[in-house]
Ligand binder design. Structure first.
Ligand SMILES: Cc1cc2nc3c(=O)[nH]c(=O)nc-3n(C[C@H](O)[C@H](O)[C@H](O)COP(=O)(O)OP(=O)(O)OC[C@H]3O[C@@H](n4cnc5c(N)ncnc54)[C@H](O)[C@@H]3O)c2cc1C
Length: 339
C-alpha cells in the first residue's frame, strides 16, 4: 500500500486553509484510486486538536500527525524544515503533496534536498493514466502547459499545487487517527531568528482581453468583498483581477491572478485596489496604458508606478466611484456578476 503525506497549512484562526483542504480532497481521490493511505502533517502552535481532526476528517484523511509547539507559532524556515523532515523520515511516504504557497515554496525544495526525492512545483492538476501519476503545470510564463511524470526511482515524489487550481470533489467523512509528535530541534541548525512579524494590512473573466480591469489585492479581505469590484466593473465592461496575495489567501480564484505567476494583462485602464505594487504584480500589468491606484498607505510602492493615485480606504472610494460612474453613464447596475 502506497503512502501519501500532505503538508497542511493553517490560517490565523488555526483552521486548515482552503487551499490545503483542496489538496487534501484531491489527494483523497488519488489515494482511493491507488489504494494508498492518506496522512496529513500539521505544524503549528496552540492548535485545537479536535478541530483539526474534524476538519481533516471532512477531507477524507486517515491519519493526522500534529506537531504542536510554541516554536512553530511563527514561520521559521529552519525550524519548520526540521519538523517536516522528521515526519517524512518517520512516515517514509511515497508521495508528498502541498500548496505552492510561500511556505510550500520554501519547504518542498528543502525536503527534496534532504530526502533526495523528486520535486515538481506549482502544478495545476494531477491525474492517473494507466496507474501512472501525471501532473500538469504551466511553464515559460504560462506559454506552454507541461504534463510530467516522475521516474520510478524517485522516492518520495514531492508535488506542490497552485492554490485554487485543484478540483475538490466532496469525499466521505473519516475519523482520522491523531498522532502527536514532539519537536526535537537541533539548535545548531537554526540560523534564522524571527525578530518581528509585521502584519500588513466568477464568473469566467476574460482578463487578458479586457480593455479595463479592476483588481483587488489582499486588502479585499474575503471573496464577498469583491462584489463591489464586480458591480463597478460591470458599469464599464471591465474584468476583475486579483493579486497573488489575495489568491493565496483564498479570497479569489487563481484564474483572476494578475502578475508574474498569473495572467499578463495590458488593458487601457487598470485600477489597483488595495494592491501594494510588488514587482511580481507589476510584471503582469505594468504595460497597462493608464494605472490608477487606490491604497490607504501613502508610501505603498504602487504610487511610484501609477498615473493617478488615491490615498484612501478602497471600501470608501470604490462605492463613490461606482455611483459617479452610474451618474456619468446613466446606467443601473444589474447586480454583481461574481458567482
Ligand atoms: C516568485 C513569485 C511570484 C509572484 N507572482 C505574483 C503574481 O503573479 N502576482 C502578484 O500579484 N504577486 C505575485 N507575487 C507576490 C508579490 O510579491 C506580492 O506578495 C503580492 O503582489 C502582494 O499582493 P497585494 O499587493 O495584494 O498584498 P500586500 O502586499 O499585502 O498589499 C496590500 C495593500 O493594500 C493596502 N490596503 C490595505 N487595506 C486597504 C484598504 N482598505 N483600502 C486601500 N488599501 C488598502 C495596503 O496598504 C497594501 O499596500 C509573487 C511572488 C513571488 C515570490
Amino acid at each position: 500500500m502506497a503512502k501519501i503525506l500532505v503538508l497542511v497549512e493553517i490560517n490565523q484562526d488555526k483552521d486548515i486553509t482552503k487551499p490545503s483542504s483542496q489538496v487534501l480532497k484531491a489527494s483523497r481521490q488519488i489515494a482511493n484510486k491507488t489504494n494508498s493511505s492518506l496522512t496529513c502533517v500539521v505544524l503549528g502552535a496552540n492548535i485545537d486538536t479536535l478541530r483539526i481532526k474534524e476538519q481533516a476528517g471532512l477531507c477524507g484523511v486517515d491519519k493526522v500527525i500534529l506537531i504542536n509547539d510554541s516554536q512553530l507559532e511563527n514561520y521559521n524556515s529552519d525550524i519548520f524544515t526540521q519538523a517536516f523532515i522528521k515526519v517524512i523520515k518517520t512516515e517514509s511516504p511515497d508521495y508528498i503533496f502541498g500548496n505552492n504557497s510561500l511556505i510550500g515554496m520554501d519547504l518542498f525544495p528543502a525536503a527534496s534536498f534532504h530526502t533526495n526525492g523528486g520535486l515538481v512545483m506549482d502544478c495545476s492538476d494531477i491525474h492517473l493514466d494507466n496507474e501512472t501519476l501525471f501532473v500538469t503545470k504551466t511553464m515559460y510564463s504560462n506559454k506552454v502547459t507541461a504534463k510530467l511524470k516522475f521516474k520510478n526511482e524517485h522516492k518520495p515524489k514531492l508535488i506542490t499545487f497552485r492554490p485554487n487550481t485543484l478540483m475538490s470533489e466532496e469525499t466521505p467523512r473519516k475519523e482520522p487517527e491523531v498522532v502527536n509528535e514532539t519537536l526535537n530541534i537541533d539548535s545548531n541548525l537554526i540560523k534564522q531568528k524571527v525578530k518581528e512579524i509585521i502584519k500588513s494590512k466568477t464568473k469566467e473573466v476574460s482578463l487578458t482581453e479586457a480593455s479595463s480591469i479592476i483588481s483587488g489585492g489582499r486588502a479585499m479581505g474575503n471573496w464577498d468583498n469583491y462584489k463591489i469590484l464586480f458591480e463597478t466593473a460591470e458599469l464599464i465592461n471591465a474584468a476583475v483581477g486579483a493579486s497573488r496575495a489575495a489568491v493565496d489567501s483564498g479570497y479569489a480564484p487563481h484564474s483572476m491572478q494578475v502578475g508574474q505567476t498569473g495572467k499578463t494583462v495590458s488593458p487601457q485602464l487598470y485600477i489597483a485596489c488595495g494592491i501594494s505594487g510588488a514587482i511580481q504584480h507589476f510584471a503582469g500589468m505594468g504595460s497597462s496604458k493608464v494605472i490608477v491606484a487606490i491604497n490607504k498607505d501613502p508610501n505603498a510602492p504602487i504610487f511610484k508606478k501609477c498615473d493617478y493615485g488615491i490615498v484612501d480606504d478602497l471600501f470608501k472610494v470604490v462605492p463613490i466611484l461606482k455611483e459617479e460612474l452610474k451618474k456619468l453613464l446613466g446606467k443601473e447596475c444589474a447586480g454583481a456578476s461574481k458567482s
